[in-house]
Design a protein. Structure first.
Length: 269
């Protein structure tokens, strides 16, 4: 099955949901998938097919570099790196949802990955007043926290060497169990782009980073080499594996992907 077929099938699934949705607030589609799985491509395709659609990426809610540096000093050094729960400005996301639910136009935050910092407000996007569909996409959108006992053993070299006492991963899990659940509670329908396993994510993320390097000044501070990407994705490994195990049983729609990102199956209600 082709990716175009996935777009067609997702459009056919969403169309009646939009017709039946309350007219006074947007339908929120939560779109979850590992790094490089094609979330942004699918979201952009849907935005072209449905009027009054806006896209908000969880990545664009990252805290500023200064805020993450403060977390690194006061909680754990690994919080300097963007990505995991605890490194997003959840109140900013909640405020954006609230404005759209009131029928207002809303500024959509933007994060500049090349600079590893939030973009100036004059570079943000905008959702129109009366937005009918909001696509909220991100690598852990809709995720639920792990059980406490699952946190005991480190899952990779990063956790073994830099979080041996588990402070960071427990803080991440606590953040996810907190205000992130308020943010995810606004999702009306949840769709998962399911990678065949975490093993493919490094290759997918390297492709993304090489594309970013190709369109960005070579001295941009946020750019990563392939080796840095390999370390970077270890921050995401624990929760990505948890999502791939836990989310398919409750998501409204699950698109299973092959290692080359071709579509193996598309199941949903």
């Amino acid at each position: 099955m082709s990716r175009e077929a996935l777009l067609d099938a997702t459009e056919a699934w969403l169309a009646p949901l939009l017709r039946e949705a309350p007219a006074d607030r947007p339908l929120v589609l939560g779109l979850c998938g590992a790094q490089g799985s094609g979330k942004s491509t699918l979201a952009a395709g849907l935005a072209e097919r449905f009027e009054r659609t806006a896209i908000l990426s969880l990545d664009d809610l990252y805290r500023t570099k200064a805020e993450r540096a403060a977390l690194a000093r006061t909680v754990h050094p690994l919080f300097a790196t963007r990505g995991v729960p605890g490194t997003h400005d959840v109140p900013l996301g909640l405020a954006t949802f609230a404005a759209l639910d009131r029928g207002e136009a809303a500024a959509l935050p933007r994060f500049d990955k090349a600079c590893d910092d939030r973009a100036p407000a004059d570079q943000w996007g905008h959702a129109p007043a009366g937005t009918r569909l909001l696509i909220f996409e991100g690598w852990c959108v809709g995720a639920r926290p792990e059980a406490e006992e699952a946190l005991a053993a480190p899952i990779n070299a990063l956790e073994r060497e830099e979080d041996a006492d588990g402070i960071w991963r427990r803080a991440v899990n606590a953040a996810l169990a907190g205000d992130y659940q308020r943010l995810f509670a606004r999702i009306d329908r949840l769709m998962l782009l399911a990678a065949p396993g975490f093993e493919v994510v490094q290759g997918w993320r390297i492709e993304q980073e090489r594309a970013l390097r190709g369109r960005t000044a070579p001295d941009a501070p946020g750019l990563m080499s392939d080796a840095k990407v390999a370390r970077f994705i270890q921050h995401y490994e624990r929760l990505t594996r948890h999502i791939l195990t836990e989310m398919p049983g409750r998501a409204d729609r699950v698109a299973r992907l092959a290692a080359d990102r071709s579509l193996l199956s598309d199941d949903g209600s």
